[in-house]
Design a protein around this ligand. Structure first.
Ligand code: ADP
Length: 259
């Protein structure tokens, strides 16, 4: 995330944002939002100016993961002032609605909200804007891939076959949309028993690395199943804010993104 991406003509790109990086997964529940929030925090701790756009409009997780939810101000009724927490500039449809309220919208409304969140939010000067994608390869992926100036994408998967099948579809969609994939992240691969130290591979192990090597892509991180990660996510204080091994792992991931 060093240099400046040149916006292509007619494409959506917030003016002060140097790099737009989408984080996708294919399947839901594999940790895409968890990785997005922690990577954002780790990049902020590394001194980068970071934003996070929660593009999972039907299932926004970032308000909970950052422990913040209030309606962002819009002094002129047009531009929206994003919220900020843990050093990260944030926008989510979840800020506009109570947590138990569903967004039941058709595609065009969804696309309108996405465009507003990308272009009408005053993101300011950012080194990187991460976009937490919804699962699947639908409207949001297509719209962002075709109309925005994505610098690249990261794909998160567990090593389990049913997750990998969908991750491969996400990778295929990015290839079709000509969005460069920066690398893959294997999440929830290993579980270290806190009592006996035994290592178990609950969702398997190495499936993401195998797919990455087949495609000639790097594995950017191999993250274990970790109770603190889950607790911290639910508490609104991402584990990357701390000093433990997971915070170190996310700091390493952030460094790999910066180099
Ligand atoms: P997605 O965005 O892919 O739907 P989430 O990030 O919401 O997935 O994660 C799904 C659930 O798994 C959440 O409860 C989250 O706290 C938990 N989780 C994600 N990654 C880990 C991990 N490495 N260790 C333990 N729990 C995790």
């Amino acid at each position: 995330i060093g240099g400046h991406a040149q916006p292509q003509e007619g494409r959506m790109a917030p003016p002060g944002v140097k790099r737009l990086i989408a984080i996708g997964s294919g399947k839901g529940g594999v940790g895409k939002s968890t990785v997005s929030s922690n990577l954002a925090v780790a990049l902020a701790r590394a001194g980068k100016r970071v934003g996070l756009l929660d593009a999972d409009i039907h299932g926004p997780s970032q308000p909970r993961m950052f422990g913040i939810s209030r309606r962002p101000a819009s002094p002129d009724g047009k531009t929206i002032i994003p919220l900020s927490a843990h050093g990260v500039t944030l926008m989510s449809i979840g800020f506009m609605l109570p947590e138990d309220k569903a967004v039941v919208w058709r595609g065009p409304m969804l696309m309108g909200a996405l465009q507003q969140m990308l272009m009408q939010v005053e993101w300011g000067e950012l080194d990187v804007l991460l976009i937490d994608l919804p699962p699947g390869t639908g409207d949001v992926q297509l719209s962002l891939g075709q109309k925005s100036d994505l610098t690249g994408a990261i794909v998160v998967s567990t090593p389990q076959d049913v997750a990998l099948i969908d991750a491969k579809k996400a990778l295929d969609a990015f290839a079709t949309l000509k969005v460069p994939v920066l690398g893959l992240i294997e999440n929830m691969s290993t579980f270290h028993c806190p009592n006996c130290g035994h290592e178990a591979h609950i969702f398997g192990h190495g499936g993401v690395a195998a797919e990455a090597s087949r495609l000639g892509l790097p594995v950017l991180a191999d993250l274990p199943i970790d109770l603190d990660t889950r607790l911290a996510g639910d508490a609104g204080t991402p584990v990357a804010l701390g000093e433990g091994p997971m915070a170190q792992a996310y700091a390493t991931l952030a460094r790999r993104m910066i180099d």
